[in-house]
Design a protein around this ligand. Structure first.
Ligand SMILES: [Zn+2]
Ligand SMILES: [Zn+2]
Ligand SMILES: [Zn+2]
Length: 368
């Protein structure tokens, strides 16, 4: 994620900000421009509900444009704007959420806001990469919808079903998530990671089936027509504590079923793209010896499109891991990317970039 600048005072501001911390200008995120714009509230109006116009510097190139804040400004900490063309009260991100906790579930609402924040970050990245997200309201059968529910009062399974993405909001409770992470033997477990995984399931029929890539998929990920239930039972019955999966899978969970392998690889691919995008936006470059080490670790095969991306990532994470250790923390990126995993990442990369205008590079990386 790139940093932004306050259009009024130039202060560095961030994706989630709704106010400039230096000059107090109200800020809002304009999705069509992938930009945080400074706003001014007409005299005597309330920022939360009033029509707001772009502040002085912004107004020069957008004369007379007025925006509204999303009605979920408070409940979802949403800073996205609606333009005059938008119908309804909710922004494009909040509209994708079909189910949320009740108004009296205080803890769940806090977790809901965290989940919405992660979802906005996900959508921003998908916009940059050029992967369209079609909502249930536009496509009743195949569109995506999010259901954010707390498992405190009912059974909630995080997962994906025909475009509907369900997230158990207890996943945004740090202690709970850390407990589950250790139980599952995972290196990472984050709300954003969950959403990246689940949206991977949503894209599978689009990027693989619709694009006639099922053959290629099966060669790398296996036959997805095997029974999901059998695979699930097998996975839990085995309880195999060995780490032999690292040779072929990005995570242990990926061994469960070819669809899970795809979703885990897809999520990891989004992590990599996001990490590289951020590094570029902040001008973080890694020099020797990390670059050499990355080159020695992985020489891209001829014809592997994702090669340069992986090499840049390995160099960067080598440096960042060393950085993290130098302040007494563990590795920031505790993953091994085997040759098989890189081949799967390459498949995802090809699927993702096939339909987009500008593959391989992040067009907006240099934007501020
Ligand atoms: Zn400012
Ligand atoms: Zn919103
Ligand atoms: Zn899954």
């Amino acid at each position: 994620m790139q940093p932004f600048n306050c259009a009024v005072c130039g202060q560095i501001v961030f994706f989630d900000n709704s106010t400039c911390l230096r000059c107090s200008s109200p800020l809002g995120y304009l999705r069509s421009e992938r930009a945080l714009v400074a706003l001014e509230t007409p005299e005597g109006e309330d920022d939360a509900t009033a029509m707001i116009t772009a502040a002085a510097m912004e107004r020069a190139d957008r004369p007379g444009r007025t925006y509204r804040r999303c009605a979920n400004q408070i409940i979802a900490r949403c800073n996205w704007l609606l333009t005059e063309d938008d119908e309804g009260e909710l922004c494009a991100s909040c509209r994708l959420t079909a189910v949320r906790p009740n108004d009296d579930e205080v803890d769940a609402l806090e977790a809901f806001a965290d989940a919405e924040q992660a979802k906005r970050r996900l959508l921003h990245q998908l916009d940059i990469i050029g992967l369209p997200v079609v909502g249930r309201d536009e496509d009743e059968e195949r569109g995506v919808a999010f259901e954010f529910l707390s498992s405190r009062n009912q059974q909630v399974m995080t997962g994906h079903d025909g475009g509907v993405i369900t997230l158990d909001l207890s996943e945004s409770d740090d202690a709970h998530r850390e407990f589950v992470r250790q139980q599952m033997g995972e290196a990472y477990r984050t709300v954003l990671g969950h959403l990246r995984h689940e949206i991977g399931h949503y894209y599978w029929p689009r990027l693989v089936v619709d694009a006639d890539r099922v053959e290629g998929f099966r060669e790398l990920f296996g036959d997805e027509t095997i029974s999901y239930q059998d695979a699930l039972d097998q996975h839990y019955a085995d309880g195999d504590a060995s780490t032999s999966w690292v040779d072929s899978y990005v995570s242990e969970y990926a061994t469960m079923h070819p669809w899970e392998d795809w979703a885990e690889t897809f999520a990891h691919y989004l992590h990599i793209r996001a990490g590289l995008h951020t590094a570029k936006a902040y001008g973080i470059t890694i020099g020797e010896p990390a670059v050499t080490a990355a080159r020695e670790t992985y020489t891209p095969d001829v014809g592997v499109d994702v090669g340069p991306t992986v090499q840049a990532w390995l160099g960067l994470t080598l440096g960042l891991n060393a950085m993290s250790r130098s302040i007494g923390e563990g590795d920031l990126y505790p993953f091994v990317l085997s040759t098989d995993v890189i081949a799967k990442l390459d498949f995802v990369h090809r699927c993702v970039t096939a339909g987009t205008e500008a593959p391989a590079t992040d067009r907006s990386a240099a934007r501020s």
